[in-house]
Design a protein around this ligand. Structure first.
Ligand code: PMP
Length: 415
């Protein structure tokens, strides 16, 4: 039995597991992933790149488990911090002092939490583009801050309105959370959009927390811009990075935060009390990841692009519509359904899961309240083996042909 404890807000779901008889409170993404496993369905929900990580990483982690048993440097092992600084230098031509400007975290998730906790005073406002990666709202609320939303419009290629963004900045604004490339839409802001955001941050002395976990997964000719390349970098910005996505090691939980020394010093103390440090063997593997040749990234991007195009093409044939993403691992599509949008996201997800045997994330999970334009849309992850994508398309096609998709929606109380 699934019970939604919030309204349309941040989609935290309270689920009573009938077997374990235990109450758990988790995000919608987590719950869909859990139910997908229980039902033996195909999971196109969670942004977990499935497949084996590179051999070099698996070998390093095995070797490292023979040593590296002690507490390490709370900032992270120096080899990894130094390797990240070198990657940043190569990619963005910016020098970083790895001793003072980088902390290794337990994934980007902890990097984000530690940063919000350490840098932003309670009761101040944080600007978030909507739709948003759902943990942003949870962490902002958990830390006693007030979210202020600026919408990205699907009708307008997921652009923001300059007027709306300008109006969101005020004397209580402490930060803006940027997510580039963007989850769920795959949007990459262009130079003039970045300049507009940068100017507002400088004008209002606002910190830019830039979540760039998909920075290596892009389908545009040029690499997406990073906050590192803006004038905010000297003292008003942090970049949050992750090893989860491009190296397919989401469960190894390694990420990092980079920024100016005074911001990193504060984040480090939050990181220390939250975690006591990141796992050393996994950090050793992440260091090995940094030495992979450029070819690895090129081939990964080609591979993801093929999967994106395959799934987009097949879903279009089934009547789904939406834009091809510029980056990242997700399609955001409007399904050929009727009425589903009346339902809460969790009931939409459970309906598709039970009837079509495919796990997807309703886009409503990425909004603070019901959005009339996109209610009923889905986020679908294409970072899956090709045979799984094809199987999911078959199941979806059967479901749609059987007319299940257009049946009157199930009442939440019956789920
Ligand atoms: N930010 C975004 C935008 C994400 O999509 C994700 C993963 N879904 C994360 C952060 C979390 O990354 P990590 O696994 O490094 O904690």
């Amino acid at each position: 039995m699934i019970r939604v404890t919030s309204t349309f807000s941040h989609s935290i779901v309270s689920a009573k597991n009938d077997l374990a008889d235990a109450e758990v409170s988790v995000s919608l993404i987590e719950e869909v992933s859990r139910q997908t496993k229980i039902l033996g369905a195909i999971d196109l929900g969670v942004g977990n790149p499935l497949g084996l990580p590179p051999k070099e990483l698996r070998q390093t982690v095995l070797g490292a488990s023979d040593k590296l048993h002690d507490y390490g440097d709370i900032r992270g092992i120096s080899e990894l911090r130094s390797a990240i600084a070198k990657m940043i230098q190569t990619r963005y031509l910016v020098n970083i002092d790895f001793e003072r400007q980088i902390v290794i975290t337990n994934g980007a998730t902890e990097g984000l939490t530690a940063s919000v906790l350490a840098l932003l005073p309670q009761n101040s406002e944080v600007i978030i583009f909507e739709p948003f990666y759902s943990p942003y709202l949870d962490v902002v609320r958990l830390c006693g801050l007030i979210p202020r939303f600026v919408s990205l419009s699907p009708a307008n290629g997921w652009q923001f309105s300059e007027r709306e963004l300008k109006e969101a900045f005020n004397s209580r604004t402490a930060a803006i959370i940027l997510n580039m490339p963007h989850n769920p839409t795959g949007r990459v802001f262009n130079c003039s959009e970045m300049r507009f955001i940068t100017d507002l941050c400088l004008q209002h002395d606002v910190i830019c927390i830039s979540d760039e976990v998909y920075d290596e997964i892009f389908y545009t000719s040029a690499r997406p811009l990073s906050v590192i390349e803006t004038p905010l970098w000297s003292n008003l910005a942090i970049k949050i990075g992750s090893f989860s996505k491009i190296y397919a090691i989401a469960g190894w939980r390694i990420g990092y935060v980079a920024g100016s020394p005074h911001l990193i010093a504060k984040i480090l103390s939050a990181h220390e009390v939250l975690t006591g440090g990141a796992a050393n063997p996994m950090q050793a593997a992440a260091t090995a990841a940094c030495t992979l040749p450029e070819r690895y990234y090129r081939l990964s991007r080609q591979n993801y692009r093929r999967k994106r195009d395959l799934l987009y093409g097949e879903m279009s044939k089934l009547g789904f519509s939406g834009q091809l993403p510029q980056a990242g691992l997700f399609l955001t599509l409007r399904p050929p359904l009727s009425k589903a949008e009346d339902n809460e996201p969790i009931f939409q997800a459970m309906k598709v899961l039970r009837e079509a045997k495919v796990g997807v994330i309703p886009l409503g999970a990425f909004y603070s309240q019901k959005d009339s334009e996109t209610a009923g849309w889905w986020r679908i992850c294409f970072a899956r083996p090709t045979n799984q994508l094809k199987e999911a398309v078959k199941l979806m096609s059967k479901w749609i042909q059987a007319g299940e998709a257009i049946k009157t929606h199930i009442s939440p109380t019956k789920n």
